[in-house]
Ligand binder design. Structure first.
Ligand code: UD1
Length: 396
């Protein structure tokens, strides 16, 4: 990836659309947008900036490859740090880039620290901000992502939403209605585009060179992913989370691609014994396609990820979300999701039910149809044109 702090030919790229990615869940949202922007006549060129919040090959480069994302025009290489330092570093490093490019707008996705940091800098410079996946609320401000969502939405000129409840959340926070556009879910654009290319679970387990064979025998396997601070940063919470995975593994083998944050904490708190279990197949973070293959074939998914709640709903695979709340209520109302917190008895009962009856199958929510990114590109193109034709004093 490019390491310079300047975008090559910045002068020629003035007025472009600056597209920001930072962390793993951003990549599958941005990939279909970059593609749609490229094929929408009337839109300026897109410049892709990676903040470098995620930097491991498995957390970043591998996903670029799988998603056919172009190499970023610029990598700000902020890396890991406390929230304050990481957010501040993104702000400091994006400012000169925006000054050089004078973009016609900045597009941010999701709810990570990079999303808020860039929205804040752009907004103060009078650069329009488009937020994709706006208006989702867990109503839990102890989650860093909730703070990022609230503030990014306050700063955004265009708020593209994935489900209708988002508009109600935004209305309650005083966001003008005309800024909010229900377009569907770009993450599902990526899923529908790539799922047929996903390797089988058998291939992924074989390639990972693990004792994955057990997962391929009846009754099949579960997939676990856990990385939220509330489940993994505190010793007691992490111990409880690991015990829950152990409970589930008594019913069916669990394949667990472990996030680096979780792995580091398992070691720090010396809890390795809880995952040294022949029925828990630990894997490093997986590629996007491998993950789609594993999720599609799973009997049940145990997660605290936002994106996986949506992907399992789109794939019609039962999902048990180890959180007390979700910012994606449509996955519960219409999809396959069930909130279970860290309630061990409830989780075991839910797994038993899924193994006996197949669990929730749900239906795919409105506009989760693979067409969200082209809808955004079309809307953005006409919005930019209408903005240009307005008299200067009318432009906020
Ligand atoms: C971030 C996002 C979260 C998202 C998650 C997906 C915020 C506030 N959080 O959380 O919303 O669901 O990404 O993964 O933006 N690390 C590595 N290699 C990497 C990246 C991280 O080893 O490439 C380790 C570092 O030890 C780091 C820790 O993981 O300190 C946490 O990374 P960080 O980016 O701070 O947050 P995530 O937990 O990944």
């Amino acid at each position: 990836m490019m390491e310079s702090a300047e975008v090559g030919g910045a002068r020629d790229r003035r007025g472009s659309i600056v597209c920001i990615v930072g962390a793993r869940p951003n990549f599958m949202k941005m990939a279909p947008l970059i593609r749609a922007f490229g094929s929408e006549p009337g839109l300026p060129a897109a410049v892709l900036v990676h903040t470098g919040q995620h930097y491991d090959f498995a957390m970043s480069d591998a996903l670029f490859r799988d998603l056919e994302l172009p190499v970023p025009d610029l990598n700000l290489e902020v890396g890991s740090a406390t929230h304050a330092v990481q957010t501040a570093e993104v702000m400091k490093r994006i400012e000169p880039v925006l000054d050089d490019l004078q973009p016609s707008c900045v597009v941010v996705v999701g709810d990570v620290n990079s999303t808020l940091a860039v929205a804040l800098v752009a907004s103060k410079k009078g650069i329009p901000v488009a937020h994709v996946e706006a208006g989702l609320r867990s109503h839990d401000r102890t989650m860093p992502e909730e703070v990022n969502r609230l503030l990014t939405d306050q700063l955004s000129d265009l708020l593209y939403t994935t489900e209708r409840t988002a508009a109600d959340n935004l209305a309650r926070e005083g966001v003008p209605r005309e800024r909010v556009h229900f377009v569907g879910n770009v993450m599902i654009d990526s899923l529908l585009q790539h799922v047929s290319r996903a390797p089988t679970a058998a291939a992924t387990l074989a390639r990972a060179g693990v004792r994955g064979g057990i997962a391929l025998e009846p009754p099949g396997f579960g997939v676990a992913t856990l990385h939220r601070p509330s489940n993994v940063d505190d010793r007691a919470a992490l111990e409880e989370s690991l015990e829950i995975v152990g409970d589930v593994a008594r019913h069916l083998p669990v394949v667990w691609p472990m996030h680096p944050r979780t792995r580091a904490n398992v070691e720090k708190f010396r809890l390795q014994r809880l995952v040294e279990n022949p029925r828990i197949v630990l894997l490093p973070p997986q590629g996007y396609l491998e993950m789609l293959g594993l999720l599609s074939a799973a009997k049940v998914v145990l997660t605290d990820s936002g994106g996986i709640q949506e992907e399992t709903t789109a794939l019609s695979v039962p999902c048990l979300t180890m959180r007390e709340n979700t910012e994606r209520p449509i996955t519960i109302a219409e999809g396959t999701n069930l909130l279970v917190g860290r309630d061990r008895a409830r989780i075991v009962a839910a797994v038993e039910d899924i193994l006996a009856s197949g669990g929730k199958r749900g239906r795919r929510p409105e506009l989760w149809d693979g067409g969200a990114a082209p809808r955004i590109a079309k809307h953005l193109a006409s919005w930019l044109v209408s903005r240009e034709s307005r008299p200067a004093e009318a432009i906020a």
